[in-house]
Ligand binder design. Structure first.
Ligand SMILES: CC(C)(COP(=O)(O)OP(=O)(O)OC[C@H]1O[C@@H](n2cnc3c(N)ncnc32)[C@H](O)[C@@H]1OP(=O)(O)O)[C@@H](O)C(=O)NCCC(=O)NCCS
Length: 188
């Protein structure tokens, strides 16, 4: 399989407790509900933060357009038990169809239960086994301990420190993490 094949039928996936699926307009309310949280906003600074359910609907529509244009893959993270959206995870900025940036966020009420580790592990597997990527990378603010832990637990290596990296209108130091296909294969 290749990355291109993932743009014919959306790659919905299951993990033990989660469903990684496309977001639809009906998810807008649930998706918006966790954004007004300042602690979550601090984690995703630089990313777009919706201010209303209506704006969230617009974001969901953009995810869908980007998928149609084969530009990015954005999954809603839903609990299997009720199909309710509790977060999102995406692959963007494909380079030569072999490299991508990983981004993720989760409603605060669901933190520290291993959900994001479960979702990222599945996206790593997908990236190398189904999309045939060679490298996944993620930038994370140096004070974002939870994200750093998630990346460490899922096999990413810290490559470097990017100083005063632009995050929206702010600057801040970030770590660059990556995982390579050969590392995933070797199970390291
Ligand atoms: C980052 C985020 C997705 C993590 O999701 P999660 O489901 O809570 O992650 P997990 O439960 O799988 O793992 C979190 C790990 O961080 C650890 N952790 C969390 N806060 C911590 C802290 N203040 N100090 C030390 N460890 C901490 C947890 O103990 C856990 O590690 P462990 O399993 O070794 O105990 C969530 O915190 C979030 O959405 N943050 C805001 C958005 C964000 O930062 N996105 C990423 C941008 S790069």
């Amino acid at each position: 399989m290749s990355l291109e094949e993932q743009f014919t039928v959306f790659p919905t996936m299951e993990t033990k407790r989660l469903l990684l699926r496309p977001m639809v307009a009906e998810d807008a309310e649930a998706h918006f509900s966790f954004f007004p949280d300042p602690v979550l906003q601090q984690g995703i600074r630089g990313g777009f933060i919706p201010q209303s359910v209506e704006q969230t609907r617009g974001i969901i529509e953009k995810f869908s357009q980007a998928y149609s244009q084969r530009a990015s893959l954005a999954w809603g993270i839903a609990l299997k038990e009720n199909n309710q959206i509790i977060g999102g995870i995406d692959l963007t900025n494909f380079v030569n169809r072999k490299m991508a940036d990983l981004g993720f966020y989760l409603a605060r009420r669901c933190w520290n239960q291993g959900y994001m580790t479960e979702a990222v592990s599945q996206i790593v597997r997908f990236s190398f086994e189904r999309a045939e990527l060679n490298r996944l990378q993620a930038t994370v603010a140096i004070e974002n301990i939870a994200s750093i832990r998630v990346l460490q637990k899922t096999g990413f290596t810290q490559e470097g420190l990017l100083r005063e990296y632009a995050m929206g209108s702010e600057f801040g130091d970030v770590y660059l993490f990556s995982i390579l296909r050969r590392e995933y294969r070797s199970g390291s």
